[in-house]
Design a binder for this molecule. Sequence first.
Ligand SMILES: C[S@@+](CC[C@H](N)C(=O)[O-])C[C@H]1O[C@@H](n2cnc3c(N)ncnc32)[C@H](O)[C@@H]1O
Length: 254
Amino acid sequence: MTAPDGPPRLTRLTFHGPLSESRADRLVARLAAGAPATVLDIGCGWGELMLRLLAAVPGARGIGLDLNEEDLARGRRNAELRGLADRVDFLAESATGTGRGPADVVLCLGAAQALSSLEPPGHIPAAFEALRGLVAPGGRVLFGDGFWERPPTEGELAAMWPGAHAGEFTDLAGLVDLAHEAGFRAAWIDPATLEEWDEFESGYRADVEEWLAAHGDHPLAAQTRERADGHRARWLRGYRGVLGLAYLTLVPVG
Ligand SMILES: C[S@@+](CC[C@H](N)C(=O)[O-])C[C@H]1O[C@@H](n2cnc3c(N)ncnc32)[C@H](O)[C@@H]1O
C-alpha cells in the first residue's frame, strides 16, 4: 500500500472536539426547540453540529466560516449527501470582525480564537463580546471552550504546548462568569467527560498511528512520527484530565 502524500487527516473524527453522540443529540434538540431560521457557525471546520441542527429544523439556513479549505470541502460534501446543500454555505473567510450576523443560533465550538487576534486568556472575553453582537434577540449561542479542571502542576504545564501557563484558562465557574459579564445567562452548562476527551484524542491520532505502523520507510515517516509522538506526550503527560472543555448554551440578556 502506498501513501505518497502522508497519512490521512482526521477521518476518524465525527466532531472536531470532545463530543459524544448522546451529548450532540441533546445540544441539537435544545437548539432546535427554538425553531431558529438562521444559524451561524464560527470556525465551523466541517460543521457537523450545524448540519445536524439544519436537518432537525426544516427550512433553517446556515452559514459556516472557516479558513481551512479541506474541512470546508468535507462540510460541503456532507451537506450534499444529506440533501442540505441548498440551505448551507461553507465560506472560506475569517470570522474575526465578521459581519455575518445576527443569527438565531450562533455556534462557536473550539473556535474562540477565530473571533479576535488576542492571545489567551483575553480571547475568551473578546469572543463573548463578539458573540453577543452576532446573536439575534431571543436567540442562542452554543459556546464550547477550555477551562482548567484543577490547577495544572508545573510539571504538567511543562509537558503541554510551548508557553503553556496557568493563567491561560479559568476554572469552569470563571468561564461562566465571563459569559455572564458579557451579557448572557448560561442556561445549560455541559462539561465534556474524560471519556469524550479520550475518544477525541484517540480518534485524532488513529489515522496517523496506523499509517506510521505501515509506512516506516516513507520519506515523511520521520517528521510524522516526531509530530505524533509530541502530540501524544502533550496529551498524556500534560493536559489529560487537567484541561476541560465546556459547552455553554447561552441566552442573551434582553
Ligand atoms: C478545533 S477546530 C473546531 C471546528 C468546529 N467548530 C468543530 O467543532 O468541529 C477550530 C477551527 O477554527 C478555525 N479557525 C481558526 N481561526 C479562524 C478564523 N480567524 N476564522 C475562521 N475560522 C478560524 C480553524 O480553521 C478550525 O477549523
